[in-house]
Design a protein around this ligand. Structure first.
Ligand code: ZN
Length: 395
């Protein structure tokens, strides 16, 4: 049985200005895979639809987001290692600075991770009959979970997104569940501001981390596992909580790599070596690399180009496994737009598939590829075909 490594380079696709970062980058190894393999353009959701990283990963991994996506909150919480129960409502959370009733810094001066973790003890653990679980992650970020009877994610967020007042949480429908949940959220905001404002950790901080902003509410609805659905034993190597959360939602094993931080300084070689080890025990290994998306959001062409050249250097390590290698992205994040876009993203499939005449891995070359235009939902059938696990439809 052929093993498959799926390398997702977050925000890979770009636009020519006049070259794309991929066209400008020296990527001899990735180009060699493209030359020996087959290429095309991937539309993670529908064509020209702008994907989020969350919905795109669900789609690519065979979990149609129109059915399985309930919001970003549960995926972030799972990614931070919080065990969720059915009916839990989870949020993404930011520590922020509140001064005279106004948010003056949405990230509390990017409070350091250790201080944020130390602040968690001041937060309420229970309001009425609802249990409250909070976990901080990197810097100002974290996830909040409400656990109890009769909760709903049909509520507004409290994050003003720009500076201003913390928004009141309001129910988005007339259900008693939404009314109850909104009331709990508002009580939580009030109690947490009170407790954090007097916390020792905040005494000498110029930008106090004295408020929590909530967004991305979602109810946790468990799903059948990746193995149950596709009979593929899957593992995920990723730095960011969201990607670990997506894999955890599917019951994949999350392999931790020291130095695999999910930021621009991530240790790619360590992640590649972990992928090589994982291939021995798993049928399918997802290797997620975030840095290109971050450079895209920053509008940093040279940064994105250099990141691609760094990624190119780990390809020979992955090739040692003899596994089939798929390289693609979850969406385009063009540096000229500093945002996700609806442009399809290039894909190559190396090993175990047909080949085409395309010799380079970039946005323009791959549009000539033998895979043509494919959709996120085509990826798992593609993987099953390569691995010899595809089931015949009919007789
Ligand atoms: Zn993304």
């Amino acid at each position: 049985m052929k093993k498959v490594i799926l390398v997702i380079i977050d925000g890979l696709g770009d636009l020519p200005t006049p070259k794309t970062p991929l066209q400008a980058a020296k990527i001899p190894n990735i180009n060699r895979l493209a030359k020996d393999g087959i290429t095309g353009i991937l539309h993670p959701l529908d064509r020209f639809v702008v994907p989020g990283s969350d919905t795109s990963h669900l789609a690519i991994l065979g979990y149609d987001p129109s059915h399985f996506y309930t919001g970003r909150g549960p995926l972030e919480a799972l990614g931070l290692g919080i065990q969720l129960n059915p009916g839990d409502v989870a949020f993404r959370a930011n520590f922020a600075t509140l001064e005279n009733g106004k948010i003056t810094d949405r990230r509390a001066g990017r409070v350091d991770s250790a201080t944020a973790a130390s602040l968690v003890k001041y937060l309420p653990k229970k309001i009425d009959d609802v249990e409250i679980i909070f976990k901080s992650s990197v810097e100002h970020r974290g996830a909040l979970v409400l656990r109890g009877q009769g909760l709903s994610s049909s509520i507004s967020e409290t994050d003003p997104h720009i500076s201003g007042e913390i928004h009141q949480c309001v129910p988005l429908d007339n259900s008693p569940e939404a009314v109850k949940t909104a009331a709990i959220v508002n009580k939580f905001t009030e109690l947490s501001v009170k407790a954090l404002s007097t916390a020792n950790e905040n005494k000498n901080r110029q930008k106090k981390a004295n408020a929590l902003l909530l967004r991305g509410a979602g109810e946790f609805v468990p799903a059948a596992s990746f193995y149950e659905r596709f009979e593929l034993l899957g593992a995920c190597i990723a730095g960011g909580a969201l990607y670990k959360g997506v894999a955890s939602f599917m019951g994949m094993d999350i392999l931790m790599v020291s130095g695999g931080t999910g930021d621009k300084n991530t240790d790619l070689v360590a992640k590649a070596k972990a992928t090589v080890r994982a291939v021995q025990g798993y049928d399918f290994v997802l290797l997620h690399i975030k840095m290109c998306d971050s450079f895209g959001h920053d509008g940093d062409f040279e940064g994105k180009k250099a990141a691609l050249e760094k990624i190119d250097k780990i390809i020979p390590i992955l090739e040692e496994t003899g596994a089939s290698i798929i390289v693609t992205g979850d969406h385009s994040t063009p540096v000229s737009l500093k945002a996700h876009s609806g442009h399809g993203v290039q894909i190559l499939v190396y090993g175990g598939e047909r080949y085409d005449d395309v010799k380079k891995f970039d946005e323009i070359s791959c549009a000539q590829g033998g895979l043509g235009h494919i959709s996120g939902k085509d990826i798992i059938p593609l993987v099953l075909n390569i691995s010899g696990k595809a089931k015949k439809q009919g007789s």
